[in-house]
Design a protein around this ligand. Structure first.
Ligand SMILES: [Zn+2]
Length: 491
């Protein structure tokens, strides 16, 4: 692969189709949430493509695409319109798809990417436009006759779909994956889409071409489809890099074509060549008015935007959180929210609050969620309660090991840290008088360790500290214990 990168530069542009989580479909009142429903139960004359019925624009969808455009630093067109994209295919109920051709809602934006180990840089967003999804085709084979046939499920037909087109600004499979991860993150932060690739509500096609290193003109591009995970996008582009480089090395011409990714074979295969560009015969949709989004409207939508991951990341880093941890904390909005709520409730000093909260959220909370296969949204411990525990450990009321035990009990029982510590007698013992008996006991019970220590092997003291910790069920203040041991042993 490195040899490919020294001779050729990879040029990647991505087209993402993303379903919006609106209540109803794009141009009719049918419920857009059809997951788990019987086929063809979320339908009406509009989304079935009956003649003589009129579409109506879904305002929620327009708000969502405006939010997306603003979050991706696009300009929002004060005037845009819908067009009919004509192509004959059985998943298209009307024989055309309502889309946007020359006047999309959003244009000229950018998204900052920062793949691991690379400096951040911007990928241009060409446009974001609104369209409707198609019906779903289910290909079947008759078990008796062996004949294949296709069923149509119209539930998906007419659900709001947003297409996000990037500039050909990415240069490696890792950059393409990072772009998708960050795009998904933004869409989820602003709450417009579930953006789940495996479930098909976030779909990506890639345009990939190669050019000699140093060249500024573009090579012939190949479009890759059928990628159902971020890993598939990464691997398909990596495969194309090698395939196209080998062709160029042999002096062959790259054919402009559409290729499909075959997951189980780890390769792309030719689906159709594009010797002539598709002629969709776009024309303006006569049944829908143009979209006029004025400055006031855009300002109102902008005010609804939550703080975006990039800004939160910078704020967390400014509080002294490492870039690695800040990235982990801001990955999902809910996790960042929880972290901030915990930090706020600790309420000692901002940088200290952030450090303590980050340790707990990325440490014990993360481990608990992993172990229970849960997400932060369903984590049972309120932020104030975790903050209470964080403070008790920080103040030395309990040792950090006991703190972890108390954490487990809090999550299970719903009781507060103070209650658990009180009732189970878990408070840290720091009093010298209380600890002296245990210290003397450890010295008396371990003559060999004592002899080793006195013989100059001073590290043995940690063994004796361990014995006292065990004796006190982890409640002893280790610093006090060590000081006491040194005092007793050096008599
Ligand atoms: Zn409908």
């Amino acid at each position: 692969m490195t040899s490919v990168a020294t001779r050729y530069e990879t040029v990647i542009g991505l087209e993402v189709h993303c379903q919006l989580i609106t209540k109803s479909k794009m141009f009719c009142g049918c419920s857009a949430d059809y997951s788990g429903s019987e086929p063809n139960t979320h339908v009406c004359p509009v989304c079935m493509g009956m003649p003589g019925v009129l579409p109506v624009i879904n305002e929620q969808a327009i708000e969502y695409i405006t939010m997306t455009g603003l979050a991706l630093n696009c300009s929002i067109a004060p005037f845009s319109k819908f067009d009919r994209k004509n192509y004959p295919y059985p998943d298209l109920m009307k024989g055309y798809q309502i889309s946007q051709y020359d006047l999309p809602v959003c244009q000229d934006g950018w998204l900052e990417i920062a793949p691991e180990g690379q400096d951040p840089r911007r990928v241009g967003i060409t446009r974001v436009h609104m369209e409707e999804d198609t019906a779903r085709l289910l290909h079947r084979t008759d078990p008796v006759t062996g004949e294949s046939y296709t069923l149509v499920d119209i539930n998906r037909s007419g659900t709001p779909l947003m297409e996000i087109v990037s500039e050909p600004d990415m240069r490696s499979p890792a950059e393409a994956r990072d772009y998708l991860v960050r795009l998904r993150q933004i869409l989820r932060y602003i709450g417009v889409s579930e953006a789940n690739m495996e479930e098909g509500n976030f779909r990506c096609d890639a345009n990939v071409s190669l050019r000699p290193v140093g060249s500024t003109s573009f090579g012939t591009k190949v479009e890759i489809k059928n990628m159902n995970s971020f890993r598939a996008v990464h691997d398909a582009i990596a495969f194309e890099e090698v395939r196209q480089a080998a062709m160029l090395d042999r002096g062959e011409r790259i054919i402009q074509e559409t290729r499909g990714w075959v997951d189980e074979r780890n390769e792309t295969v030719s689906q159709r060549t594009k010797e002539h560009a598709n002629d969709y015969r776009y024309f303006p949709e006569p049944d829908l008015p143009p979209l006029k989004l004025g400055e006031q409207y855009v300002a109102r939508v902008r005010a609804k935007l939550p703080e975006l991951p990039q800004s939160r990341f910078q704020r967390f880093v400014a509080l002294g959180i490492s870039a690695h941890d800040a990235e982990a904390l801001t990955e999902a909005r809910e996790r960042a929210d929880y972290f901030e709520a915990v930090a706020k409730a600790i309420n000692l000093e901002p940088r200290k609050d952030a450090r303590l909260a980050a340790n707990w959220v990325l440490g014990e909370v993360g481990r608990w969620l992993n172990a229970h296969g849960r997400e932060i949204e369903t984590f049972p411990l309120p932020a104030e309660q975790l903050a209470g525990l964080a403070r008790l450990v920080d103040e030395g009321k309990v040792t950090s090991n006991v703190g972890k035990e108390v954490f487990e009990q809090m999550v299970e029982s719903g009781r507060s840290a103070a209650e658990i510590i009180e009732s189970a007698g878990l408070a840290q013992i720091s009093g010298e008088d209380e600890l002296l008996t245990a210290v003397r006991g450890a010295i008396a019970a371990n003559p060999k360790a004592v002899a080793d220590y006195r013989g100059g092997k001073t590290s043995t003291i940690m063994f004796l500290v361990g014995q006292v910790m065990r004796e006190t069920r982890g409640r002893a203040n280790a610093g006090v214990v060590q000081a006491l041991l040194e005092k007793e042993l050096n008599v």
